[in-house]
Design a protein. Structure first.
Ligand code: HEM
Ligand code: FES
Lengths: 92, 265
């Protein structure tokens, strides 16, 4: 879960290189994959290492009680323009 | 027991004349060239090696003995591997703990270290062997088929290494095999994330999905779990060693049939 520029979104922590788990590094302000060093910004956009595309985002909605619901079966890929889909984030 | 004019009459000579020794070895202690030759021909293990060799064939500078060392390390791996099988259980519950116990508690648990170091060593010796075969031009006719057999042996060696890597079930193992198997998922046509996989479809029905592609066949699931561990264990301990031994037999047989070891020209 990340919050950036008035939006909350749920990032998948499966590296788009070969599937390891990138960790959030507070001091460097980035996600870093331990396997071959791919780096991703808080938004999920890849900026270093072998990862060919940004992290995927999951469907995220607010239910009637105001709780955040993440649906991991729906994925949104930046390179397909899917991050513009209103289901891929909630505004705050 | 008659006097042996050529030799001493020591304990070994007496032993070699007993019926048991004769039944097993046939030839007594070799005293001349012919007998030495007979020893080689009458023993299933010794006869793997030719009776006569050109001088250069035993020069370490020529072969680096890398093929021989690969085979020796393979034997070490076989023996230590069998011992490890008495202890290690390939389940998500026990695998990691068993390895830790082997490292810290179990008598002769050093077998695990020997097995792991030898595994790394075998990959190195096989590559060096291939390098020397290339540098001495020994892949040229009539040995081109044995080079091809060698390539199969190389791939099998790497697969042994890959499948064994998962068995300790630690973080390194799980993520290394995650990465390795995700590569299989990118195989053209038969991997879900590979090019052309969407071509194998009938109308709307895709035949290649994440639960029916090359990666799934390899790890028996969509992520590295119990099924992958068992699959890799069986391949590592039974399947691949069986196949690699068959190819080694062919490899050694072909060295002889291709006219023995190549020579400097
Ligand atoms: C499991 C791995 C392997 C084992 C145990 C093995 C074993 C051997 C042995 C014992 C020899 C006798 C000469 C020497 O020691 O150098 C030999 C020769 C040979 N090997 Fe291998 N080998 C293996 C893999 C390979 C590979 C990867 C290649 C090449 C692709 C290869 C190609 C050859 C050829 C062409 C010869 C004949 C060389 C000559 O006549 O000078 N082998 N191998
Ligand atoms: S799997 Fe993340 S960088 Fe390779």
């Amino acid at each position: 879960m990340a919050r950036d520029a008035g939006k909350i979104y749920a990032l998948s922590t499966v590296c788009t290189h070969l599937g390891c788990t990138p960790n959030w590094l507070e001091s460097d302000n980035k996600f870093k994959c331990p396997c071959h060093g791919s780096g991703f910004y808080k938004t999920g956009i890849n900026f270093e290492g072998p990862a060919p595309r940004p992290l995927e985002r999951f469907k995220i909605t607010l239910d009637d009680d105001g709780e955040i619901v993440v649906d991991k079966t729906r994925k949104f890929q930046q390179e397909k323009g899917e991050w513009r889909d209103p289901e891929s984030y909630i505004t705050v | 027991m008659g006097e042996n004019s050529a030799g001493k009459n020591g304990f070994l000579d007496k032993l070699s004349r007993t019926q048991v020794a004769k039944a097993i070895f046939r030839t007594g202690i070799p005293r001349d060239r012919r007998q030495r030759m007979m020893i080689m021909l009458n023993n299933v293990f010794l006869h793997l090696h030719p009776v006569r060799l050109p001088k250069h064939a035993v020069r370490v500078k020529y072969t680096w003995c890398m093929g021989g060392l690969s085979f020796f390390v393979f034997l070490v791996l076989t023996v230590t591997g069998i011992l490890l099988m008495f202890y290690y259980r390939p389940t998500v519950e026990y695998a990691y703990g068993d390895i830790m116990d082997l490292k810290e508690q179990v008598p002769l648990g050093i077998m695990r270290e020997i097995h792991r170091w030898s595994a790394h060593l075998m990959v190195i010796t096989v590559w060096l062997h291939m390098f020397r075969v290339f540098m001495t031009g020994s892949y040229k006719p009539p040995r081109e088929f044995n080079w091809a057999v060698g390539v199969v042996l190389l791939v099998l060696t790497m697969l042994m290494s890959f499948t064994g890597y998962l068995l300790p079930w630690d973080q390194l193992a799980i993520w290394a095999i995650t990465v390795g198997s995700n590569m299989a998922g990118a195989t053209p046509m038969v991997g879900t994330s590979g090019p052309g996989s969407s071509l194998l479809a009938l109308g709307d029905v895709n035949f290649i999905t994440s639960s029916s592609d090359a990666r799934f066949a390899m790890i028996g699931g969509r992520f590295i779990g119990e099924a992958a561990l068992l699959r890799f264990y069986v391949l590592h301990c039974i399947g691949l060693p069986f196949i690699i031994m068959i190819f080694m037999i062919i490899h050694f047989w072909r060295i002889r049939k291709d006219g023995g070891i190549s020579g400097p020209t």
